[in-house]
Design a protein. Structure first.
Length: 400
């Protein structure tokens, strides 16, 4: 399976020796996604929703087809729940500024977790400061799992939103989103889920689990940079205010006032990333053409195998051991700085991430200034893990 899938990604033809283990940062793009972007520029390049000519009509149709395709990807019957954004970060900021801010008053609170990416931490921290509200942090245990009992204690009548990652981008912890949503909804609290690390392979079925807000990025699910999705449940779409102001979101303008289009169209100020959305649609087609259960089983197998092999190296220390781990592993190598580890591995054409992974509060809690992180996708294989471990042994010997 892996060799067949890998052949669909041109990057590996350009770099045949590449062992790419930084999929939590970004995935590679299959040829179909690249073709979709190129074909748009070659065949239908034009702006959308404006031109009264064929090219524009074609582009608009394709753009809105991708909205419908994205809704179907999430099992939503309503394409009007789908807004296109520049990525997870913008999607979260839209919810913070366009939905929560007007509801948040001094003495209210926002609940997030210790393991959030800065993109799902800083917007809430800044908003809480600006509105004299409290930012409540759900703690984790030493293995990297959320303390759900403590989470329940943090929820009260003044909680305006819960924002939680589905999968930790540093520890790989797969959070029990169903329990989190259920606990919050019992107190009528909306939940935003950062699905950046899960959208590629995990079923985000809004029929089975009543998500209020879902945020994810195209580039972590085999799509283009600069594309993202914000799903908003039907009950909240009328409460989202425009995020930026400009052309493209207007229903009517007078010298005295402006009437805006409805969600999601009032979030498209200016010219949207039309070609990127075409690529995002192709990425969704690519994912739907896979056996996602087989793909998830493959990534889970690689995760287990990698942990087993790393534990055989005495000088390697794993950081976190969550009950459910989703294709991401952090570790340390003796007293060697993670940046030096990554630089050494790069000489063997092994791409890993080293640093704080935009989770500085988490690493401060773990008393770890930085880690080496490996993360897997559908085109990785056990040989990549073997190559990694052989290179680490070489590094340890070199450093001795």
């Amino acid at each position: 399976m892996v060799s067949q899938i890998k052949s669909r990604f041109p990057i590996f033809q350009q770099h045949p020796g590449l062992v790419y283990l930084d999929n939590a940062a970004t995935t590679h793009r299959p040829q179909a996604v690249i073709d979709a972007i190129t074909n748009f520029y070659v065949a239908d390049n034009s702006n959308i929703h404006r031109g009264m000519y064929e090219l524009s009509a074609n582009a608009t149709t394709a753009y809105e087809n991708t909205r419908r395709k994205t809704a179907a990807f999430l099992e939503s019957d309503n394409p009007g729940t789908i807004a296109f954004t520049t990525g997870t970060t913008e999607s979260i900021n839209i919810v913070a500024r366009s939905f929560v801010e007007k509801r948040l008053h001094p003495g209210d609170n926002i609940v997030i977790t210790m393991m959030e990416h800065h993109a799902n931490f800083i917007p809430w921290q800044m908003l809480a400061k600006a509105r004299s509200a409290e930012l409540r942090i759900v703690p984790i245990n030493e293995k990297g799992d959320l303390d759900l009992r403590e989470f329940g204690k943090l929820l009260d009548a003044k909680t305006k939103i819960v924002a939680c990652t589905h999968i930790s981008n540093t520890l790989g912890t797969v959070n029990d989103i169903a329990k989190i949503v259920d606990a919050a909804h019992k107190k009528d609290i909306p939940v935003l889920v950062d699905a950046a690390q899960s959208a590629a392979l995990y079923a985000l079925n809004v029929r089975e689990l009543p998500y209020d807000f879902l945020a994810f990025s195209g580039h972590k699910m085999f799509g283009p940079f600069g594309t993202g999705v914000l799903y908003t449940a039907d009950k909240y779409v009328a409460d989202i205010l425009p995020y930026n102001f400009g052309g493209g979101i207007i229903q009517d303008v007078t010298l005295e006032d402006t009437i805006f289009k409805k969600y999601p169209y009032h979030l498209d100020a200016g010219t949207p990333n039309v070609s990127g959305v075409m690529g995002l649609g192709a990425a969704i087609d690519f994912i739907k053409g896979m056996d996602t259960k087989q793909a998830m089983d493959h990534v889970n197998d690689l995760t287990t195998y990698c942990r087993e092999q790393l534990l055989k190296i005495d000088e390697v220390k794993l950081v976190g051991w969550p009950k459910s781990q989703g294709g991401i592993i952090s570790f340390l190598v003796r007293d060697i700085h993670p940046h030096d580890v990554a630089s050494f591995l790069d000489k063997d054409h092994i791409a890993v991430r080293a640093g704080m992974h935009c989770t500085q509060p988490l690493l401060a809690f773990l008393e770890t200034p930085a880690t080496v992180r490996v993360s897997f996708s559908i085109y990785n294989q056990r040989a990549d893990v073997d190559h990694l471990c052989d290179a680490l042994r070489g590094l340890i010997k070199f450093w001795s």
